[in-house]
Design a protein around this ligand. Structure first.
Ligand code: SAH
Ligand code: SF4
Length: 390
């Protein structure tokens, strides 16, 4: 019996040189034999890392830059098309690199301009990426993990234990697929937020590596200030965000320690005091305003007096002039135990913060028709993308 030629490309594991799995025979029931891939996934590496890999093979620095430009600027993956690369080197390249990206399972468009991509990353796992248009901005909300161990009570992703940390290439791949599709309509992604599925600081190696790739001026060339990492507050790792010189968003979600520990159990490990301390350090180092995300949960975090409590807490931490507050009315999902507040209490909460002097943003709910709420990406199609209907 012959080996089935199609190798199931499972770029899902974090290790750049990963084990891929090929099915033997046509029937599903036959055993699965691992096939070790000897080439590296090009998308997992920053430019300096690629230079190092090629230097190890006795190649000059500029060769990595040449290929990087072709891949990220011109979106060419076929080495033969890289006309300014020497023929001999072109012939060697397939023995060094391959190009595996998550596969697009579906692209959904909402009436309001929001789009969502569903990607297959292998092993029956899917991730979601959302594009949110807002005035002149096109913001892409990317996922960093499948599932999330932080287990915030109100979060749909948090209901599923961590299943996979994405590789840098799988994060960059979300951008590339989205941008490739938007390019056909002459649209350009202007901002990236790590507010999709997963906790970015639980997967720091891949996240910060992907940031370097997204920022690299020879390639995608996205400004660091247009990239935002949102965290639930893994305090010891927060300095990495300042070090990467990207923007910080923090899921605060409560006006005091007691409520925060209830809605976000991670607060028991690193409380509000240490979290806001880390935020102040970030502000002192970068001078950039921090975004505090605040999910409004009916009768839990949306009471009017809690707006004042929240503001006082930020004032006490010395952050009231260094931040904006992003109010997010809870996106309901079955079995969460929480409810979305009435629009009137959302507006009242917002007005109270404005009256106190806060810079407040109210996140509009967009893309409801395609389940595209950033931060509450549903895994409706998890593991069974073939049953997807639009
Ligand atoms: N793990 C990171 C980033 C992903 S969550 C973090 O927690 O910051 C992105 C944002 O979506 C967070 O601010 C989170 O509080 C919010 N969020 C999660 N579930 C939500 C829901 N059901 N309704 C509204 N916002 C939600
Ligand atoms: Fe994880 Fe963020 Fe959801 Fe909390 S809100 S469970 S940190 S994805």
């Amino acid at each position: 019996m012959e080996l089935q030629s199609q190798v199931e490309s499972n770029a899902a594991s974090a290790a750049p040189e990963d084990v891929h799995v090929a099915k033997v025979g046509a029937e599903e029931s036959l055993p699965v034999v691992p096939v070790v891939r000897t080439t590296k996934n090009f998308y997992d590496y920053t430019l300096p890392e690629l230079e190092e890999i090629l230097a190890g093979l006795g190649k000059e620095k500029f060769r990595a830059q040449q290929v990087f430009k072709w891949v990220y600027e011109k979106r060419v993956e076929n080495f033969e098309e890289m006309s300014n690369v020497s023929k001999a080197f072109r012939a060697e390249l397939p023995n060094i690199f391959h190009f595996d990206l998550p596969k697009v399972v579906a692209e959904l468009k909402s009436k309001d301009g929001t789009r969502k991509w569903l990607f297959d990353i292998g092993d029956g796992m899917t991730i979601e990426t959302v594009l949110i248009p807002n005035k002149e901005r096109l913001t892409l909300c990317v996922s960093s993990e499948v599932g999330c161990n932080i287990a915030c009570r109100f979060c749909f992703t948090g209901k599923q234990k961590l299943k996979r940390r994405l590789s840098a290439g799988q994060i960059v791949g979300q951008f590339l697929h989205a941008q490739d599709s938007l390019s056909k309509e002459d649209m350009r992604i202007t901002n990236i937020v790590f507010m999709g599925m997963g906790e970015p600081l639980d997967n720091p190696d891949a996240v910060f590596r992907s940031i370097e790739i997204l920022h690299q001026p020879n390639g995608i060339n996205l400004s660091r200030k247009k990239i935002t990492v949102s965290t639930s507050g893994l305090v010891p790792l927060m300095p990495l965000i300042a070090k990467a010189k990207v923007r910080l968003a923090v899921s605060l979600n409560a006006p005091n320690n007691e409520i925060r520990s209830f809605v976000m159990p991670i607060n028991k490990k690193w409380d509000v005091h240490s979290l806001l301390g880390a935020c102040l350090d970030y502000y002192k180092e970068t001078g950039d305003r921090i975004t505090f995300e605040y999910v409004l949960l009916k009768n839990v975090t949306d009471r009017l007096e809690q707006a004042k409590e929240l503001w006082d807490m930020l004032k006490q931490a010395g952050l009231h002039n260094a931040c904006k507050v992003n109010l997010i009315p809870f996106n309901e999902h079955p079995g969460s135990g929480f409810e979305r507040p009435e629009p009137a209490s959302v507006i009242a909460f917002q007005n109270e913060l404005i009256r106190l002097g806060a810079h407040v943003l109210l996140r509009k709910t967009m893309g409801r028709d395609i389940f595209a709420a950033c931060g509450q990406l549903t895994s409706k199609y998890e593991g069974r993308p073939e049953r997807m209907t639009v």
